[in-house]
Design a protein around this ligand. Structure first.
Ligand SMILES: Cc1cc2nc3c(=O)[nH]c(=O)nc-3n(C[C@H](O)[C@H](O)[C@H](O)COP(=O)(O)OP(=O)(O)OC[C@H]3O[C@@H](n4cnc5c(N)ncnc54)[C@H](O)[C@@H]3O)c2cc1C
Length: 366
């Protein structure tokens, strides 16, 4: 299928005129633009380099009736193998401004949370964003999801949410208005904001931070990066979209998946990694069809064994081929890899009070 299916030649010419013929590209592979490294091409593709370009591209697509998808870092999505029929707008509007005297930082919505935004804040001695170090995200994606992570060690007392430091955001609303809204507008929840149901586009956001010692903030960042390195498969060699399923009744999906003996289950190139039961990794040649078949298999086994129905937390984008029909099989745990259960048991054995505390962290972080 080609772009002609969603676009008349006149609409295509109008889009080129509005966005620039050299900037509007066709048949652009989306896999390299996602952390899963999976997915077919976008019929049409445009990279917005400023909030103004982002607003212009969204407005043009809406006015011309062209279906569009707004792509951040692609860290919370699975793109279908058949790609996207319409225009993918990649948000590369990354300008960041620190207002040190007011302890504020303002960023265009394509700004990268870590390292760019967090480094800018921390190097000005501003606290509130350091908790999210190591999470792949743009500012827009972070608001869509209400980015969250544990509070600093050793207590790791609670889950912190990005909403806590959001002061206001500039939007292009679904009805085409430019407006500034406060955090209440977003109706934030766990893995939720109003952006899940309204087609508003975040153009930029301002965060209200607190002054703090830069050395302390850097130590929080180091601890959080280490926490991730110990628990998560490295994106460079084991691409993923982070956690696949939502919590159910407050129970981490990983706990249920592990209890059902699903670690190491593989379909095609998609695998429930031994490192983290709620993460599916791309073993290098995975298709979206493999991932969808594995998701369905995990859902069916967990529901049969525990009665809980797991729901994906990632977004599904574009056109999907039928799920892979080859049966699942289990791969052995690679040498040197610790499962979550083994890691917790090892820490208990060491009986270190801080490590004991970390057992609780594992439960909260799922
Ligand atoms: C290894 C790994 C670890 C992770 N760990 C965590 C974690 O600890 N905590 C956590 O909360 N998440 C985590 N995630 C999930 C992911 O990082 C977040 O959901 C992140 O916020 C996604 O941002 P993105 O820019 O990649 O958005 P994308 O995946 O590109 O897009 C997600 C959705 O947001 C929409 N969107 C993007 N920009 C805008 C905008 N400007 N306006 C309106 N809508 C927009 C998109 O259209 C899409 O619907 C992890 C992911 C990975 C791969």
């Amino acid at each position: 299928m080609g772009s002609s299916d969603v676009l008349t030649p006149a609409a295509r010419a109008a889009l080129e005129r509005l966005l620039g013929p050299d900037r509007l590209r066709t048949h652009v592979p989306l896999a390299p633009l996602t952390t899963f490294r999976i997915g077919g091409p976008a019929d049409l593709f445009y990279e917005a380099r400023s909030a103004e370009e982002l607003a212009r591209a969204v407005t043009a697509a809406r006015d011309l009736g062209v279906p569009f998808f707004l792509l951040g870092l692609g860290a919370n999505i699975l793109v279908g193998d058949l790609g996207f029929r319409g225009l993918v707008i990649r948000n590369a509007a990354r300008h960041i401004r620190v207002e040190a005297a007011r302890h504020r930082i303002r960023a265009e919505s394509g700004a990268i949370v870590y390292p760019d935004l967090i480094d800018a804040a921390v190097s000005h001695g501003l606290s509130g964003l350091e908790h999210y170090a190591g999470i792949p995200s743009t500012v827009g994606g972070a608001l869509w999801q209400n980015l969250h992570f544990l509070s600093p060690p050793p207590e790791r007392a609670r889950t912190m949410f990005l909403e806590e430091v959001l002061l206001e955001a500039d939007l292009l609303t679904e009805d085409g208005r430019r407006t500034t809204v406060g955090k209440d507008y977003f109706d934030f929840g766990y893995d939720y904001s109003i952006l899940h149901v309204r087609r508003d586009v975040v153009l930029s956001a301002t965060f209200q931070l607190e002054p703090a010692e830069e050395a302390h903030l850097r130590s929080v960042i180091r601890a959080n990066l280490q926490w991730r390195a110990e628990r998560h498969p490295p994106l460079e060699t084991e691409p993923s979209a982070g956690s696949i399923f939502k919590k159910v009744d407050g129970i981490g999906a990983g706990r249920l998946i592990d209890a059902c003996g699903l670690l190491g289950t593989r379909i095609g190139g998609a695998e429930v990694t031994h490192r983290h039961a709620n993460i599916i990794v791309n073993r290098g040649h995975a298709t979206a069809a493999d991932v969808c078949a594995l998701i369905a298999h995990v859902q069916a086994v967990v529901e049969r064994e525990t009665g809980y129905r797991l729901e994906p937390e990632i977004a599904f984008v574009g056109e999907f081929a039928p799920p892979t029909s080859t049966p699942p099989y289990t791969v052995p745990k690679p040498p040197g890899v610790l499962t979550a259960r083994e890691r917790i048991a090892l820490k208990k054995e060491r009986a270190d009070p801080i490590e004991k505390k970390a057992e609780g962290d594992d439960r909260k972080a799922e």
